[in-house]
Structures are given as structure tokens and as C-alpha cells.
Write a protein of this length. Sequence first.
Length: 456
Amino acid sequence: MAKNEPRTRHLGRGTSEAGAALRPLILPVYVPTALQFSGNAAILPILPLIAIRMGFSISGAAALGLIAGILSVVGTVPAGKLMARVGERRAILATGVLLIVLNLGLGAVVGDALAGTPSAWHRWVLIGALVVQGACMIVWNLGRQAYLGTHLPPRVRARGMTSFGGAVRIGEILGPLLSSAVLWVGHAPWVFYLYSVLVAVAVWCVWARMLEGDASPGGKVSDARPATVGPEGGEAKPAGVEKPREPETVTGALGRQLTFRDMLRVALGVLPLAAARTNRPIIVPLMAVAMGLTEKDVTLIFGIAAAIEILLFYPAGVIMDRWGRAAAIVPCMSILGLGFALAAPFALGGAGLSAGGTGFAVLLIAQIVAGIGNGLGSGIMMTLGIDLSNTSTRTRDLARWNTLMGAGRLSAPLLVSIVTLALPVGWAALLTSGLLWGGAAWLHRVLPEYAPVKLP
């Protein structure tokens, strides 16, 4: 029993440290994140339907979904430069107010279009509003990520970032439910007003609780910024003790400032994960069609998988904090790849297996596996973004990282389109599996050089 006491004390210390670090971030970061993503997710499912009613063609309505992807590639670096000048808090508050006004106006414009005869003016206003809204989303996401990078101690960084990812996921689930409730008692434009209300509450939380600059939630200078981790995963040593202004980030074996080339090496392995997460809502429904399943079957399967992912977001952070980033992302990508591969043979058309009456069970099992894998990687891309950013240029480095991830997300649907032009969708699933497994192998090799291997 005595042998277990140090371990118990160690676990207790880690738990109390995580709680002390995360609690002050609930109102300024996690609650606004859930609220904003709830509003965004409330709009997304009905946006194509609204666009068609406003006179867009089906392809034109689908193309509206590309706006956010294109902005994530071309707009993230300029947004990072803006925040480096004005600060995260001011940028978030300004764009938050803009989101409130924008959606109030958009609700009025959409209501006018649906009540009468939609014109080109209505359609251009919708496009312009979506561009501005996408830009505001970039500022909010990048600002909160940079804020967390500044205020999270290295030992609990992954738990803080996976909690951020969990707040996003909760918002994405609550949003459609809130949208359904609003549509049950009102009309489609009311969903934009709902978004305004949710963002207004989020802005108030940021205004009331988010701190300026580098002040920590506890009123002290945060120890998250000037820390390094030795090559053997030794104790984090606050650089402020010897070199208060040393612009170092938390790294693995290097213990030095990282370059853009270092970021590209890691991104090469992570991009398949970004692409797979984007393609999953595209490939899985297409495989369901090939198996003869209905829309209700697909939504139920996704709901079960989403519940599993939510349950895993905090344990994923514990794994990353205690055993390193590779201990989470390598199993994540390997298991997610298995989830794609399990159902692929049943969606290969004449060349595949016959799903028969077992199609639902096959796809459900495959998506449960995929949900476990994806859940193990909750917040991993945001965590790695902070790991690979230097303290003195954190916002700029995070903007570069997010741009790379945005490029992966933007190119992913194009990959599916190219494959499905000549082959059944099952081949797109198998290609996604292969890319995930290749990325996992690459990260197993290179990631310990750049991200913490172990933190005590």
C-alpha cells in the first residue's frame, strides 16, 4: 500500500492542477465556444434549403459551403496579424458584436426574400454575410486558441484544448436541436435571430471574464508561456527563473525555437486527419446509400458515434498530457482509418460484399469504431498548433498552422469527387484509411521530436 502512495499523491496533484487551471477558463472560453458553435450549427443544416428558396440552384446552394473553407486558407494569416496588433480579447469582442448585428440584419433580409419574390440583391446579401460571418469565426477560433495557449500550464495543455474541442462538439449537437425547436414555433429567419442571441450571451461572457494580454486567470503571470520540456520528458522548467524573456515554446527533444519547416513536417502527418474529418460526413452517407439505408438510419448512426466522441474528449486530454501527443494521435488515426475500412467492402457496388439486411449493423459498428478513434484525437490539432508555436510569435504561428489544416479540409471533398467519378464510394473510404494509416506511421516517427513526450 505504501508503494502506491506516491502514485496516489501524484494523481491527486495532477487532478487538482487541472481543475485549478481549467475552472477560470469556463466562462471566458468554453461557454462562449459552446454558445457560438450552437448558433452556427443551428444555421448550417437549413442554409442550403433557405438558399434554394431564395433562388440559388442546387449546385449554387452547395457552393455556399465552400466559403468557410476558402476563408480558412486565405483569411487566417491576416486575422492573426490583426490580433497580434489589437489583442485577442478586443478582436473577439469586436467581431462578436459584428456577428450579432450581422445575423439580426440577415434574418430580416432572409425573411423579406422568403415572404416575397427573392431577387439578386437578396442573394448577394446572403453571400456577403456568409463571407463576413466566416471571417468573424476565424477571429473567434484563433483568438481563443491563442488565449488558451497563453493561459494553460504545459502539464494540462492537452486537457484544456480537448475541453475546448468538447465545447465545440457540444455546440454542434445542441445547435440543430435548438434550430428544430425554433422552426417548430416560428419561421426559418428566426434561426438567425437565435444565433444573435447566443452570440450576445457569448460576447458578454468574454467581456466580463476574459483578461487582457498575458495576465493569467489567477492574477499571476502564467507559467504556460516560457516553459520547455527536456528530451527525456523531464520536469518543465520555467524559463522565467533564468531567462524571463526567452521566446521558447514547449518542445520535445529540440528544446529550441521551431521553424515553419518543423511545422510542415508535423503537418504532413496531421493533414490526413483533417481531410478524414471533413470527408466523414460525405463518405459515410454515400456508403449508406450504397447499402440501401435511409436518412433516419444515417442520423441515428451519427448520433451514437457523436455521443461516444463526447465521452472521450477529456480522457483524450489526459492521455496527451501524461503520455505525450503521439500516444493519442497515432491510435486516433489508426482506429479512425479502421472505421473507414470496415464498411468499405460493403459499399463497393458489384465488386464488394453484399450488405443485405445487415447494412445498418455494419455501418453502425464501423462508425462506433470511427467514433472511438476520432474521440481519442479530440482537440489534438489545436493542441499541436500550440506546441508548434513559439511564445514570441504565437498568434502568427497558430495562424500558419490553421491555414495548413484549412487547406487539408478544403481539398478533402475534391479528393472524394475525383475518386467517385470513376469508382464506387467504397474506394474513397479505403483511400482515406490508407492516408490515415500512413499519417499515423509518419507521426509515430517524427512527433516525439516536436511535442511533449511526457509531462510529470
